[in-house]
Design a protein around this ligand. Sequence first.
Ligand code: SAM
Ligand code: SF4
Length: 354
Amino acid sequence: MSDNIIFNLIDKLEAENSLSRDEWKTLIGGISVEAMEYAAKKARAVADRIYGKDIFIRGIVEFSNICSRNCYYCGLRAGNAGLERYRLSPDDILECCRSGYEYGFRTFVLQSGEDPYYDTETICSIVRRIKEEFPDCAVTLSIGEKSYEEYKAYKDAGADRYLLRHETANEAHYQKLHPENMSWKNRMRCLKDLKKLGYQTGCGIMIGSPYQTIDCLVDDMMFMQDFKPEMIGLGPFLPHSDTPFKDAPKGSYEMTLYLISLCRLMLPNVLLPATTALGTIKPDGREQGVLAGANVIMPNLSPVQVRDKYMLYDNKICTGEASGECKACIEARVKSVGYQVAITRGDHIRGEKI
Ligand code: SAM
Ligand code: SF4
């Protein structure tokens, strides 16, 4: 594929924020060092125009690694008998937020497996307590597939954002990644409900998940172009040794960076993290993610004693440091590429092109 065709498509994406299915296929299939550099330069300029030199940080509290689901790729899957399980109490979670607030975090992300122990009222009361104690902070939930009524209850309790990666926009691919009792249609229903309820909604995928093809990635871009999420989580798939996909190859670092840039050009205002998985696959992956157009980093606020038990994939980074060290490390990394950590909620900026 000639570089010119690819550069023209990148220009078109920047100008129009959307492409046809065939154009996406050409653009994604046409990845090269030159295409990555060209897309990253434009994506970074777009992010700078909208969010300036600020990189938003989110303190993530991984409050339970107990999960009733069995996604084939994930180390927390119920079928992984080798994992020592833990739950944090509401008081423990509040304590994590207190230390996070001291360090300058103004968004708390509560993430877990699908753990029925935390029923609707428990989650609502945790959200209410955080919002009461830290009214200047945003609360993001990432606790999986729930009913409309449950999502509404969390929202009424004060939750601002919800992260639920769609994992793949291709139904047949979804079924290869999940057992039969999980449904792509329900995942999509959840995302639509979240949007309808007014959450800043995040979807996303693992790059290079088993059986993923270029056509799957095209489906993902077409879906996101239409859905217009406020946040997109993109990270490479990384195998976990106690899952059915233990021998699957890890995802492509380069494709992850390239898609970060293309997502920024497609949805200029989107909140786009440089994920922990990106930092796991390459030591400076998150810095390179920022340079490719990402504007969010999510350091860990969980107590150090439980960090190494939230093992989605092998060799996950940031399991040893205390929260304060994580924050200092991220600040230095962000600074090393010419950006600064912002002490703010870092909400999605609404509206059309800026
Ligand atoms: N249980 C909730 C859910 O599934 O939405 C939230 C927690 S789940 C661990 C968060 C995300 O981790 C998933 O959406 C998935 O994309 C990612 N993940 C799980 N296993 C992974 C792996 N082996 N490599 C990379 N990312 C993984
Ligand atoms: Fe559970 Fe989420 Fe892991 Fe699936 S991805 S097994 S729902 S924690």
